[in-house]
Design a protein around this ligand. Structure first.
Ligand code: ZN
Length: 419
């Protein structure tokens, strides 16, 4: 199939007018201008041009928790991290399984309808798996591990290993990539980190960790005090447990060989020395701007992360801390939010984060995130107004046109122009 449009944004720095892709067996075979592509068509090969649209890689939401989608309407309002976390724990307790499953399925539908073709989801329970796999999206599912009580470390790790094996056996092939989410430096005991490190040496699955999300987390790991130790742990019955140890929130990972290649979510409060450690370990960072802003965090220095060569992706986080799962809304917010800082991000940098950057976060750098020969045809076509080619990324972010087509590995999954 040869698919062309008035505009093409295959990856950062390569935008074209009147361009497209040739797709063979679900893979990008060629990229270029329409006059160069159309003569490649073989007898019977479909040739389509989408007028008034731009073709680009499908957006990839590198971090969300679909199982929390039901909390959207009653999202905790406290805008300090620990107040929000206490609200979340309370609301999760009241959540009814059927309601959670319905909301997760609706959230999956929103992702697909807004041009997201790949998603990294954290699963502490298994309610989102079925709608995710039925959606046709590329999926990275991270099974969650969380236990601060050292006496529960073996049990928690045993459960993780069992779930990992069961889901892996049920879905051995792409588009599902299976990983582990070690929730955060403040919710795993030192003993559990040690057990996870030992397990991981035999099962080198991709690892995700919420990292340096709040000042409360930094204070806890560095000094053993602050609102996590003084308010949160007593409220959830963890008040008598040994505190996790840092001093850096990266230290539990480093101690057990888990930082190398890990996906770190948020990273809002990493110091310059910690950013250098992240870069040296080849770990990736997922930026979740609306969630950070909702929890009262300032914009993190994403331009510095990029300058250090860190792979940076974009995620919405869950509906418990973000008003939608629409990555276009995330992009527009991020662009404006970072303009309040000394180091704003360009629309092109942000689009690159939501495509190639998120792909690297999820381990898909060879298969998705850019329209280049050899990668899967995870392509979207979005309506866009006319205008200068140099401003195409801004137009994509702010004109916010209709989704005409979304494909994963060459198969249509959404859009108004799906045949
Ligand atoms: Zn999260």
């Amino acid at each position: 199939m040869i698919l062309t449009a008035d505009w093409l944004w295959p990856e950062a720095g390569h935008a074209l007018e009147d361009g497209g892709v040739r797709i063979v067996d679900g893979t990008i075979a060629a990229v270029g201008r329409r006059p160069d592509l159309t003569p490649l068509a073989e007898a019977g090969e479909e040739v389509r041009h989408l007028e008034g649209a731009c073709l680009l890689p499908g957006l990839i939401n590198a971090h969300t928790h679909l199982e929390l989608a039901a909390l959207g309407p009653e999202r905790p309002v406290a805008h300090d991290f620990v107040g929000w976390l206490l609200g979340l724990v309370e609301q999760k307790r009241r959540l009814e399984a059927g309601e959670a499953a319905r909301a997760a399925a609706a959230a999956v539908a929103t992702l697909v309808a807004t041009g997201t073709t790949g998603v990294g989801d954290i699963a502490s329970i298994d309610i989102a798996q079925a709608p995710l796999l039925a959606s046709g999206m590329r999926v990275r599912l991270d099974i969650e591990l969380l236990a601060l009580d050292p006496a529960r470390a073996d049990l928690a790790l045993g459960r993780l290993a069992d779930r990992f094996q069961a889901v892996g056996m049920a879905h051995p092939d792409p588009p599902l990539t299976l990983g582990v989410s070690a929730h955060a430096p403040y919710t795993l005991s030192d003993r559990l980190w040690e057990r996870l490190g030992a397990w991981h040496r035999g099962h080198p699955a991709p690892l995700t960790v919420h990292m340096a999300e709040s000042r409360a987390e930094v204070a806890l790991l560095a000094h053993g005090n602050g609102p996590l130790a003084e308010a949160f742990f007593p409220a959830v019955g963890w008040g008598d447990l040994p505190l996790p140890t840092g001093p850096s929130p990266l230290d539990p990972l480093t101690r057990h060989g888990l930082l190398e290649g890990a996906l770190l979510i948020h990273g809002c409060h990493l110091t310059a020395a910690e950013m250098a450690r992240v870069a040296a370990a080849g770990a990736a960072l997922c930026h979740c701007p609306r969630s950070n802003a909702y929890l009262g965090q300032p914009p993190p220095p994403v331009a510095r992360w990029l300058a250090l060569g860190i792979s940076v992706g974009l995620g919405t986080d869950s509906l418990a801390s973000c008003p939608s799962l629409d990555l276009w809304e995330e992009l527009a917010f991020a662009y404006l939010w970072h303009r309040t800082t000394p180091e704003p991000l360009t629309a092109e940098q942000l689009l690159a984060m939501a495509t190639a950057g998120s792909a690297r976060c999820l381990g898909w750098q060879r298969v998705a995130g850019a329209l280049t020969p050899g990668r899967a045809a995870d392509v979207i076509a979005v309506e866009v107004e006319g205008g200068p080619l140099a401003r195409l990324p801004e137009r994509l972010l702010f004109d916010r046109g209709r989704l005409r087509l979304a494909m994963v590995a060459g198969s249509a999954v959404a859009g108004t122009d799906v045949p």
